[in-house]
Design a protein around this ligand. Structure first.
Ligand SMILES: Cc1ncc(C[n+]2csc(CCOP(=O)(O)OP(=O)(O)O)c2C)c(N)n1
Ligand SMILES: [Mg+2]
Length: 598
């Protein structure tokens, strides 16, 4: 804590709400009863096992609450606040329990904004609890005095301030309930200094005295009056809408089912697979929908995507927006085929596409949707199973056969696809694979097919570089016995590689593979295509990111030849420490991209 922070928190302690003087050092033998402790109690009730954070005086009571809890809550302290929020987000996306990040006031919060926005785009249940300058000095210019909820409102489900210690637990409880309710997303709650440090009494059922009824906005509650917290989750969509979708399927000849991230996040992976299998529907997976049908499943035709989307007459998209990743929901029309009918299904009505006409839609619990669809459509004869499905399976098999030479390429410098050819040989079926980068990760998305759901993490539609180390930290904690592999572009590595230090300090062995082409590849080639030249697109060639990790206490090695990749990966997995395999790849290779996302 800086001198200024010390002065400020010290003075706040003299405020009546803060008790007499600065709170004493935590006595681990006795549970604390300040507002911070009540907030931690509430978090634990929602299944939170780990607090991700970076220190600041404004949030000490949350640490004290974690340390004095019985048992204590694990604290993982990181090197940049965005890593803390990305780790909380990955916890939410992998474990399907709310993730918790604790950010100190001012810059701690603003450093977390890109990661909070990523959670918003991904519909990830994340709660960010933050410190805040004291109320009694508000307007006098105390250190880091800024009204955070105004900054966070646009990128959270709700952002508000708690001003009273007695309500800290109930307010935190409300934040967790709101984050976990469909459609999930991040919730921001900051506490005036008095509300964290001040005495809060014994913890009540809602996490503090007064329980849920006492929770609510204070003067700075940007959303006071917003409707309830979504405790009453509808079991499933309106049966009439599901029946109408079954009717469309009954008329279809060339249907495609798209499974997106919310199929996994909403716990619908088993029902989705059963429905696809019962109806013999060709499936394309996207985001965390990948792995719902395991690699090699006969209905999985993701690699025949352009034929499927180009010639389909009905596309049923479940659990993902009709955004740039899905051509904004425009399907069909290829080779003289008519435009496809489009059905959009989401966990919440607010997620349904409004930018294009829909032939059908349904909103509600996704497992119930799939079960309902399988029953309602069971009498439909799957006309598509005779010609359409085999056509797509054939296109998929041809595309995969065509990959083989590059996955085994002996080209020197290394072709990035060779990295994935080698990785596929050493990955276990329960591995967690994380992608953070441009072209290098586009290749991974195409060529790494997860064998079970919940094993793949990309940044999602916000496309924020820098997710890597935070996601890897959380994956290692959540899946202690699985392989965790972080695929990093060399550009992406620059955003978060310092958090290899966190991996080292917290003994979290992760295998990092850097696809080091010495450029911001995904930007260099598009700029050249537009202008005939490029600027601001070059990085240091052959930079020793492996030595960065070694300097931080981990290990790593440089790989410059295709034959060196496999043995290096094996050494990395066997090392038991954070290990970066720094593969120098060919900068002349650009990922063949059909869309820029704009
Ligand atoms: C925070 C952030 N800044 C900038 C971008 C724009 N951007 C997207 S991909 C990319 C290049 C990534 O380079 P690298 O990680 O080296 O992967 P490569 O494309 O070279 O394989 C950039 C700069 C972004 N998506 N996110
Ligand atoms: Mg690069």
């Amino acid at each position: 804590m800086s001198e200024a922070e010390r002065a400020d928190t010290g003075k706040a302690g003299q405020h009546p709400a803060g008790g007499a003087g600065r709170p004493p050092a935590g006595d681990a033998s006795q549970a604390a009863t300040h507002g911070g402790a009540h907030a931690v109690t509430a978090a634990r009730r929602h299944g939170v096992a780990t607090m991700f954070t970076l220190s600041g005086g404004h949030v000490f009571p949350l640490y004290d609450g974690a340390v004095t809890a019985d048992p204590p809550m694990r604290i993982v302290d990181v090197r940049h606040e965005q890593t803390a929020v990305f780790a909380a987000e990955a916890t939410a996306r992998l474990e399907r329990t709310p993730g918790l990040a604790v950010l100190t006031a001012g810059p701690g919060v603003t450093n977390g904004v890109s990661a909070i926005t990523t959670a918003y785009f991904n519909g990830s249940p994340v709660v960010v609890l933050a410190g805040r300058a004291p109320d009694y000095r508000w307007g006098s210019g105390s250190l880091q005095e800024i009204d955070h909820p105004k900054l966070l409102t646009a990128v959270t489900k709700r952002a508000w301030t708690e001003h009273e210690a007695g309500r800290a637990g109930a307010s935190a409880d409300r934040a967790f309930r709101l984050a976990a309710a469909r459609h999930r997303g991040p919730v921001f709650l900051d506490f005036a200094l008095e509300a964290l440090f001040g005495p809060a009494g014994e913890a009540g059922p809602g996490g503090g005295p007064g329980g849920e009824a006492a929770a609510g906005g204070g003067p700075a509650d940007g959303h006071a009056g917003l409707a309830a917290d979504g405790d009453e989750q509808p079991a499933g969509p309106d049966p009439a809408s599901v029946g109408a979708i079954a009717g469309l399927l009954g008329d279809a000849e060339r249907p495609v089912l798209v499974l997106g991230s919310d199929v996994w996040l909403d716990g619908a992976e088993t029902a989705a697979r059963q429905a696809a299998e019962e109806l013999r529907l060709p499936v394309i997976a996207n985001g965390q929908g990948r792995g719902v049908l395991p690699a090699g499943h006969d209905l999985l035709v993701t690699r025949a995507r352009s034929a499927a989307f180009g010639q389909a007459d009905l596309v049923i998209v479940v659990g993902t927006p009709l955004d740039f990743r899905l051509g904004y929901g425009e399907f069909g029309g290829r080779d003289g085929a008519p435009r496809a009918r489009v059905v959009h299904v989401a966990d919440d009505p607010g997620q349904l596409a409004t930018h294009r006409p829909l032939a059908g839609s349904a909103a509600g619990g996704l497992a119930a949707f799939f079960t309902g669809l399988a029953i309602a459509a069971s009498s439909a004869r799957p006309r598509w199973a005779g010609r359409w499905l085999p056509l797509l399976q054939d296109a998929r098999d041809k595309a995969m056969a065509a990959d083989e030479p590059l996955l085994a390429s002996d080209a020197d410098p290394v072709h990035p696809m060779r990295v994935y050819g080698e990785l596929a040989k050493v990955l276990d079926s329960d591995a967690v694979v994380i992608g953070d980068g441009g072209d290098f990760v586009s290749y991974a998305g195409k060529y790494i097919e997860p064998r079970r759901p919940g094993g793949w993490l990309d940044p999602g539609p916000y496309g924020c570089l820098g997710t890597g180390l935070g996601y890897a930290i959380a994956a290692r904690i959540g899946r202690p016995s699985a392989q965790v592999v972080l695929l990093l572009g060399d550009g992406a590595a620059g955003f978060s590689l310092m958090d290899a230090d966190t991996l080292v300090r917290h003994r979290l062995p992760v295998v990092m593979v850097c696809g080091n082409n010495g450029i911001w590849g995904l930007e260099k080639y598009p700029m050249r295509a537009l202008y005939g030249y490029d600027v601001a697109a070059d990085l240091q060639p052959q930079c020793r990111y492996d030595q960065v990790v070694a300097a931080l206490g981990g290990a790593g090695e440089l790989v410059t030849s295709p034959a060196g990749i496999g043995p290096a990966l094996r050494r990395a997995f066997e090392s038991g420490v954070p290990y970066l395999v720094n593969v120098i790849t060919d900068p002349a290779v650009a990922y063949p991209r059909s869309t820029t996302g704009v």
